[in-house]
Design a protein around this ligand. Structure first.
Ligand SMILES: Nc1ncnc2c1ncn2[C@@H]1O[C@H](COP(=O)(O)OP(=O)(O)O)[C@@H](O)[C@H]1O
Ligand SMILES: [Mg+2]
Length: 351
């Protein structure tokens, strides 16, 4: 049984599908991230799980029970937003106690639960301050504590780090991972930041145009993207446009490129793409390459060098190819080079 499950859950606003009928299963204790561009339906899905937006179709099950129309307070769900939504006229302590009071916690338990929650986010010494006396990161910690205090078994977080600067965001990512492990609760985390999703998640649910594009572990999404969109959204990718010709080969313009046999064989007619990640591409002498081109840019990144290779026009594919190489090679702009990769590290995409 899943902790949480949607069956055809959907939301329309007039003629707009905010979420097409969606089936999603979330396991108890997992850290699941909803990742996708702005407007892809992430918040809508989260709000329906929380009970703050009413679905226009489908069902939601929590612990196997139909909770589609259960009142928000009876779902055992806590929520943290990007805007911390702290009460400005209440101290940190009272902000955290507020959620507990709403749930009619006895005053004896109250003090202990508030202290525990503040300890968890390392904010106990700030208990008597007001939100305006705290930094953005500290306010977000308080918002987390307010949610954790009443021990919800599911915690929903909607771009909670969106307002923080990069350094603090990276620190808070690790903090939230730690808290997830400590609490053992099920986390559903929304972000449009692919790096954040890769670092934090047990599984990523990639969303696009009001539906789930692909769902899997970070490694699965990176290594085995199912579509061009998934390949482009997560990590850097080189995508060649072309068609499968005979068993095991891909035609892009005048080039015939071998592809993994099992991917080339089952192919229907029509246009396909070939994905090769930059780190799989090796620079060679021109005649040894599967493709040839001219280096148009060399970017030094400290631990590696990123090389952009311009491909000849009319080859029927993207004009530049990204490769990475070690520092010993010393590639120069204008060099003619070949591009090679192990077959197993390329991937045919059908949509
Ligand atoms: N209250 C609303 N009224 C009308 N359209 C809405 C409303 N809320 C969301 N939408 C639309 O639904 C789509 C998905 O929105 P949302 O779930 O907020 O996306 P995300 O969180 O992925 O950015 C968008 O096209 C958005 O404009
Ligand atoms: Mg949103």
């Amino acid at each position: 049984m899943f902790k949480l499950e949607t069956a055809g859950l959907a939301k329309r606003y007039g003629e707009t599908d905010a979420l097409l009928p969606t089936d999603l299963q979330v396991r108890a204790g997992e850290f699941l991230t909803l990742l996708g561009p702005s407007g892809s339906g992430k918040t809508t899905l989260l709000m329906m799980i929380a009970g703050l937006v009413a679905p226009t179709g489908g069902q939601l099950f929590i612990d196997g029970k139909d909770a589609t129309y259960a009142p928000p307070g009876q779902r055992g769900i806590g929520m943290v937003f990007q805007s911390y939504a702290l009460f400005p006229h209440m101290t940190v302590h009272d902000n955290v106690a507020y959620g507990l009071r709403m749930r009619r916690t006895g005053s004896q338990d109250m003090a202990r639960l508030v202290d525990n929650a503040l300890d968890m986010v390392k904010m106990r010494e700030y208990a008597h301050r007001y939100p305006k006396e705290l930094s953005g990161g500290q306010q977000q910690r308080v918002a987390l504590a307010r949610c954790f205090a009443y021990s919800p078994s599911v915690i929903l977080l909607d771009e909670p780090l969106g307002a923080l600067d990069k350094k603090l965001r990276e620190h808070m990512q690790l903090e939230i991972r730690r808290l997830h492990q400590e609490l053992g609760a099920t986390f559903i985390y929304v972000t449009h930041d692919q790096e954040e999703a890769l670092t934090m998640s047990d599984r990523i649910c990639l969303m696009n145009h009001a539906r789930i594009e692909q769902i899997g572990t970070p490694v699965e999404l990176y290594d085995e993207p199912a579509t061009r969109f998934a390949a482009g959204f997560i990590g850097q990718s080189n995508l060649l446009a072309g068609a499968l010709e005979q068993a095991g080969s891909f035609r892009a313009g005048q080039h015939l490129i071998p592809v993994p046999a099992e991917q080339g064989a089952a192919a229907p007619e029509g246009a396909v793409s070939l994905l090769v990640r930059p780190e799989a591409v090796e620079l060679t002498a021109p005649e040894q390459g599967l493709l040839q081109g001219e280096i148009s840019e060399v970017v030094f990144l400290g631990n590696e060098v990123r090389v952009l290779v311009a491909l000849p026009e009319g080859a029927g594919h993207t004009e530049t190819f990204i490769a990475r190489c070690g520092r010993e090679r010393q590639p120069r702009v204008g060099d003619r080079v070949g591009l090679r990769w192990e077959l197993a590290r390329s991937r045919v995409l059908h949509c």
